[in-house]
Design a protein around this ligand. Structure first.
Ligand code: ADP
Ligand code: MG
Length: 702
């Protein structure tokens, strides 16, 4: 009942009203009382220190405050409009306060010769200090309102400023809402947890995050609120995983049979790495139980995920089931098909390929063989999600490069059998551990963290456009050694035409410098039909062409071991994870491989960091950490839709330790009381359930 107060529409708060309410909703998504309380400061200003005007120096860059009086006010006309200039003195010296906007209002409301506290950044012009658009309080009011040493500064927008909703106004509203609601902040965490982590009570946390009494209380308030936010996310993800394990039945692949054993003993093309062996065990262990497997297999490009996937399929086959593998593009599906067929042939296993280009007659036959069970493994694109594709008994579905597929598509796979098949998601997008924890809390994660032996690390170099001739010369040398070369152009969705133009211009320029018949060139781009792409790709795969010019269609999975040079054009236009993915196309054979990043001369700071990171390391996880820091979690591939990352106060990069702690505590709690039935967990349960109803997390996965 009482909680309803927190749901009160924001316009009913004293000091808001319909007009400000409108702005708060539009600009800050503050709809209700509770949204305002959960609107957190992004920094705090120390307002214990007051400066004297004769102490000011040009090296003071942050906001400062001064006590003084306005002794004179004048409006100055200038070319670009008016400005209001006040002469301000504190007895030690004089300075100016300046306004460019809201002049009329200021003139009418400002008192001459009364003591004010002015607060803001200072400038130094013509030998006089000035403070543009200061925050001002009459000294009297200031003393009344500012009992706190640290003053919260809230995020703002231009609109808010225009409408006069300044930081001061927000602070006042915050005081109002806190006063009205503070009696509601009952503790939700059990005493044991409060004691153990020395958490401060919820009410005190709200009080001190908005009106910190001192630095220590502020950091404890922030810790408590961050912990709480992350704790509930982890609780939902983890409990979902547990519920799934309790409820969702899966096939138990009890035996390891001939298919697996014979392949392992007789046909394995190379010894598995320890990492491959380890994850294979994890997968086998999962599938041996009557609980559906839902596992994410992470491994850097070239780590050897395919063979692990294939051997997992053999386990399904050994237990009388079929398996499928879904790839995001036709090119990739084709490659998987070729690779897996080669492995499967020796073992006498039937493999089919189903993509958008599969002919009707062929398709009909595939459908039939799938239904009667003569086809054991099906490889394909999303074409295999179609309703017409019916398996006799699908036991394992593997999804390669999962960020290309939506949730809905994954759930379609689940429905391909009366009991959902085991699911293995393979991804080469290294996800920082913290993100994986938050995003895939309900998936089990296996990591191949070791590359097959004998790989020479790819050398990455960054060149400016002016060094193009040097780069061309280098390519010619490599081609003379029998190597092949990729040249990749950026692809940006908004402007496919422009990209096409860049690509074609590049193609023409390259054709001029690498003349036929000395050199042969393939080109693959988004405006070609799948058939055309495949033909071109094939020519390159078979070594008939020296150079492959492409947009990012080749980004995922394509495997041409003889290609040893990757040139990335306009590399500054690519994100780190994409650069890393592209680089992974080379370095697959025995030869030393190179990745060359071509950029314009003028680079932003972030671009420089990206280029340097690429040149410094080949480690995908390290790169993803840098990426996370540069872009923030919201932009990391595949996370945009998650909703999990709409964190109000915690930060997945900065608060990794709190995240780990929250996860650990959530696990402990669920171990002790999985249904949250114990009396001391009732408050937790209420919140947990109300969050679960919102569904934002639950929808994302599965
Ligand atoms: P990814 O993890 O990027 O999908 P792949 O499965 O395509 O990597 O493997 C990359 C290359 O490494 C392939 O040519 C594959 O045959 C080879 N490979 C995989 N595992 C090993 C291994 N243990 N030893 C040697 N080569 C391996
Ligand atoms: Mg792969």
């Amino acid at each position: 009942m009482q909680y309803q107060l927190l749901e009160t529409p924001i316009e009913y708060l004293k000091g808001v009203g319909p007009n400000r309410g409108e702005v708060l909703k539009k600009e800050l998504q503050i709809f209700r009382y509770k949204d305002l309380l959960n609107f957190y400061p992004y920094k705090y200003l120390d307002r214990t220190k007051f400066y004297k005007i004769n102490e000011l120096s040009t090296s003071l860059v942050s906001e400062i405050q001064i006590i003084g009086k306005i002794i004179h006010l004048k409006t100055v006309e200038q070319k670009r409009g008016k400005r209001l200039v006040a002469t301000f003195t504190d007895g030690t010296s004089k300075m100016e306060l300046v306004w460019f906007q809201g002049i009329k209002w200021i003139k009418e409301n400002i008192a001459l010769n009364s003591p004010y506290v002015v607060f803001g950044k200072i400038n130094h012009y013509n030998n006089i200090f000035s403070m543009p658009h200061p925050e001002m309080d009459l000294l009297e009011d200031y003393k009344k309102n500012n009992q706190t040493a640290l003053q919260a500064v809230y995020p703002s927008t231009e609109k808010l400023q225009q409408k006069g909703i300044t930081n001061k106004v927000i602070t006042r509203l915050m005081q109002q809402v806190f006063m009205e609601t503070q009696h509601l902040f009952m503790e939700i965490f059990p005493d044991k947890l409060m004691d153990e982590l020395k958490l401060i009570p919820k009410r005190d946390a709200f009080l001190n995050i908005h009106f910190p009494r001192n630095g220590d209380l502020l950091s404890r308030a922030s810790f408590r609120l961050k912990f709480e936010e992350l704790f509930f996310i982890q609780l939902q993800l983890l409990s979902k995983n547990l519920v799934r394990k309790n409820k969702i039945k899966g096939f138990a692949f009890e035996k390891v049979g001939d298919y697996f054993n014979r392949f392992y003993k007789e046909h394995l093309p190379f010894p598995l790495t320890n990492a491959q062996k380890r994850v294979l065990k994890e997968i086998r262990n999962d599938m041996a139980h009557e609980v559906q497997m839902n596992r994410l297999l992470q491994g850097d490009v070239g780590a050897g995920k395919t063979i692990v996937g294939f051997m997992s399929m053999l386990l399904a086959l050994d237990n009388g089931f079929q398996a499928c593998l879904m790839a995001p593009t036709e090119i990739l599906a084709n490659q998987h098909f070729i690779g897996i067929q080669e492995l499967a042939e020796k073992a006498g296993i039937s493999v089919g390929l189903l993509t958008g280009s599969t002919k009707t007659a062929e398709r009909r036959e595939l459908h039939e063989q799938l239904e009667n069970g003569t086809l054991q493994i099906l490889i394909g694109t999303h074409a295999l999600l179609e309703d017409k594709v019916i398996f006799k008994n699908l036991g394992l579905a593997i999804i390669d490069e999962q960020h290309r597929f939506g949730v809905e598509q994954r759930s379609k796979l689940w429905k391909k059998n009366y009991i959902p098949p085991h699911i293995l998601v393979m991804t080469a997008t290294p996800i920082p551990r913290t993100l994986a924890m938050s995003l895939y809390g309900d998936l089990d994660v296996s990591v191949i963290d070791e590359l097959p032996p004998g790989r020479k690390p790819i050398q990455t170099l960054h060149y400016f456009e002016s060094k193009r001739l040097k780069v061309w010369y280098f390519i010619k040398q490599e081609i003379a050694k029998g190597r092949q070369v990729y040249i990749v152009y950026p692809l940006i969705q908004e402007s496919e035409k422009l990209d096409y133009k860049n690509l074609m211009e590049g193609y023409e320029a390259i054709s001029r410098d690498f003349k036929h018949p000395d050199y042969t060139i393939s080109i693959v781009h988004g405006q070609m039909t799948p058939k055309e792409k495949e033909t071109e790709m094939d020519r390159f795969v078979q070594g008939k062409t020296n150079i492959m010019i492409a947009t990012t269609v080749i980004e995922v999975g394509v495997n041409v071991p003889n290609a040893s040079v990757m040139i990335i054009e306009s590399a500054e236009r690519f994100g780190l994870s994409q650069l890393h993915q592209l680089r992974g196309r080379v370095g697959r054979g025995a030869e030393q491989s190179f990745c060359i990043l071509m950029t314009g001369e003028k680079l932003s700071n972030d671009s420089k960091i990206r280029m340097d990171t690429m040149c410094r390391t080949n480690d995908g996880f390290e790169i993803s950490e840098v990426d996370l820091k540069l872009r923030g979690p919201g932009d990391i591939m595949g996370t945009q839709q998650s909703g999990i990352l709409n964190l109000k106060i915690a930060d997945l990069v900065k608060d990794q330790d709190i995240l780990k702690l929250a996860r650990h505590k959530a696990i402990e709690l669920l171990k002790e009381d999985i249904r949250l039935e114990q009396p001391e967990h009732q408050k937790l349960k209420e919140i947990f359930e109300s969050l679960a109803q919102k569904n934002n997390i639950w929808n994302y996965i599965s």
